[in-house]
Design a protein around this ligand. Structure first.
Ligand code: GDD
Length: 319
């Protein structure tokens, strides 16, 4: 029986990853969470999970967790994930993301768990202000981070590589492009728009969707496809290597908004909210997903339209 540890198990990706792993193979799944209310996200599988409330910025707490669980596999998902929030508080984003990863890796070394496989979750944001000739982005594209979140992910990415090189620890790095779906926090664009539309339909908000920059283009993958990619790469990916995970197609945020509004029967207008504009916004991020396809055969299966519909339905069903 493989012992899996997922940091941030009750989060957006963590909750779907736990479901996916339980449906796949003979695994014991433990995971850390921070906020009590996030347990709702794993309500349907809670009895099968070993949930540990733990703040990953507390080194001693992580050390004792790893000493006690002695996992075979760690998906290190927990992180401050919002680009917008990172502009407002770069120090918290950077310290949380870097500290938590270092504490996990150092705990493994301390316990001499040098064969535990670790997946480090980097981000497509590390490519940042991409030069047009580098689109679509393969893993060799230069890293040109454009916000504090992105630089925290460059650090996480390279700490993962350094531990793999220095100590021969089996560490697989992934650079997920945007992922969307039910359970995502409303601070991210699809959830943000979907929640507002659902609130408008419920009469909780005037019929105006407040938006930020609609000109940016992003590469969206459903979270359920994303976690399937994580599991496949944990099995078939190579230590020291890094893998982009994305659909290979970019969509304008305007198109996302239009599709979501089109899924509603309510008459809705759109207004720019200056608070939602960032100090700077990367114009386009799109993946070349050849490497993951060649390594695992992974391709996304859930269409963008389906993800948008499922996300809207999720918010419609929340009180
Ligand atoms: N959040 C938000 N809210 N974004 C908006 C809005 C709005 O009302 N209006 C326009 N946008 C634009 C943002 O300016 C950005 O260009 C795009 O929508 C996507 O924003 P987010 O959903 O916040 O995601 P992100 O692209 O900044 O970062 C996401 O993807 C990364 C991987 O590419 C996050 O999920 C990161 O954690 C992830 O690493």
């Amino acid at each position: 029986m493989t012992k899996v540890l997922i940091t941030g198990i009750t989060g957006f990706a963590g909750s779907f990853l736990a479901e996916h792993l339980l449906s796949q193979s003979d695994v014991e799944v433990a995971g850390t969470f921070l906020a009590e209310n996030s347990i709702n996200n794993v309500a349907n599988i809670k009895d099968k999970l070993d949930l540990v409330k733990l703040d990953l910025t507390q080194k001693d707490a992580i050390e004792s967790l790893i000493a006690q669980k002695r996992p075979d596999v760690i998906y290190h998902l927990a992180a401050v994930a919002s680009v917008a929030a990172s502009f407002k508080d770069p120090v918290t984003t950077f310290n949380n993301n870097v500290d938590a990863e270092l504490f996990v890796l150092e705990s493994l070394r301390k316990e001499n768990l040098m064969n535990t496989k670790v997946m480090v979750i980097s981000s497509a944001e590390v490519y940042g202000y991409v030069r047009p000739e580098n689109l679509p982005l393969n893993e060799d594209a230069p890293l040109r981070p454009g916000n504090p979140y992105a630089s925290s992910k460059v650090a996480q990415d390279f700490i993962g590589l350094q531990y793999a090189l220095s100590y021969k620890m089996p560490i697989i790095r992934v650079r997920p492009f945007n992922h969307i779906g039910p359970r995502q926090a409303p601070g991210f664009v699809v959830s943000d728009f979907a929640k507002q539309i659902a609130d408008i339909e419920k009469g909780k908000q005037e019929p105006v969707v407040k938006v930020g920059n609609l000109d940016a283009k992003r590469d969206f993958t459903d979270v359920r496809d994303m976690v399937r990619a994580y599991a496949l790469l944990m099995e078939k990916g190579q230590s020291e290597e890094v893998y982009n995970i994305g659909s290979g197609t970019s969509h304008k945020i305007q198109e996302i908004l239009d599709t979501l509004i089109g899924l509603s029967n309510t008459k809705i207008t759109v207004e720019t909210d200056l608070q939602k504009l960032r100090p700077s916004d990367i114009p386009e991020i799109v993946s070349d997903n050849t490497k993951i396809l060649d390594t695992t055969g992974w391709k996304p299966e859930i269409s963008l339209e389906q993800s948008l519909k499922d996300t809207l339905d999720y918010w419609r069903n929340i009180e």
